[in-house]
Ligand binder design. Structure first.
Ligand SMILES: Cc1cc2nc3c(=O)[nH]c(=O)nc-3n(C[C@H](O)[C@H](O)[C@H](O)COP(=O)(O)O)c2cc1C
Length: 199
């Protein structure tokens, strides 16, 4: 059921680092990105799969994890991502304003994460990263990295919570290190159609 799959496709930030994802599997996940909608059908996004350990470490050092978890600098050794899909904009393929590519990226990254979750692989979108990533990957000027997808088999449990009365949207970890993500209710996000005064 699509709802079940969407519900379980949560951001995961701790992984079983000893459990690798095959390169063909990763290529198939990028394949799913191809089928996403694209403004003007320009399809300006490109992807790079990184699994090699030294390069992974260099990328890891440029990423910022879980801003709300102030005491947690990110996953420890042994719990780090086993693969990255670096998502970039190919400026030469951009037909309209750059923001359109970000809509495409939302769709494409969700396709990838849904496809991954179906296979028990989870990940996290990382948009907070150092621009040095382009240097590390020796990218030509035409490419602009706009998102890094960190992937692996999970080493943490993530559960959805109702928003508390105070409306706090910050995720948190409990004493057992279970990650809790508050989500707004349907009532909260659904606006009723207003009756016009002359009706
Ligand atoms: C556009 C975007 C950028 C994000 N950037 C980061 C990031 O830099 N670091 C991080 O740890 N999580 C990042 N996240 C993950 C969010 O924190 C996560 O989606 C949110 O806490 C809700 O959890 P959920 O994905 O399980 O619904 C990002 C998510 C999105 C959609």
């Amino acid at each position: 059921m699509i709802r079940k799959l969407i519900e379980k496709t949560r951001s995961v930030r701790r992984f079983q680092e000893n459990k690798r994802i095959g390169i063909d599997q990763l290529r198939q996940l990028v394949h799913l990105a191809r089928f996403g909608g694209s403004a003007r059908n320009a399809q300006p996004l490109k992807y790079m799969i990184v699994t090699e350990s030294k390069l992974r470490e260099r990328i890891f050092n440029l990423l910022k994890w879980a801003g709300y978890l102030k005491d947690w600098p990110g996953p420890d050794r042994g719990e780090r991502p086993v693969a990255y899909i670096v998502c970039m904009l190919d400026r030469k393929r951009c037909k309209g304003p750059e923001r359109e590519a970000h809509f495409d990226l939302g769709i494409a990254s969700q396709n990838i994460l849904l496809g991954a979750a179906e296979q028990g692989i989870y990940g996290c979108r990382i948009a907070a990263f150092s621009r040095d990533i382009s240097k590390i990957l020796y990218l030509e000027e035409r490419y602009k990295v706009i998102l890094v997808l960190a992937l692996g088999y999970p080493a943490e449990k993530v559960v959805i919570e109702k928003l508390k009365k105070d409306g706090d949207i910050r995720y948190w970890r409990d004493e057992k290190n279970v990650h809790h993500v508050p989500k707004r209710s349907l009532e909260d996000i659904l606006l009723p159609v207003k009756k016009l005064p002359f009706e």
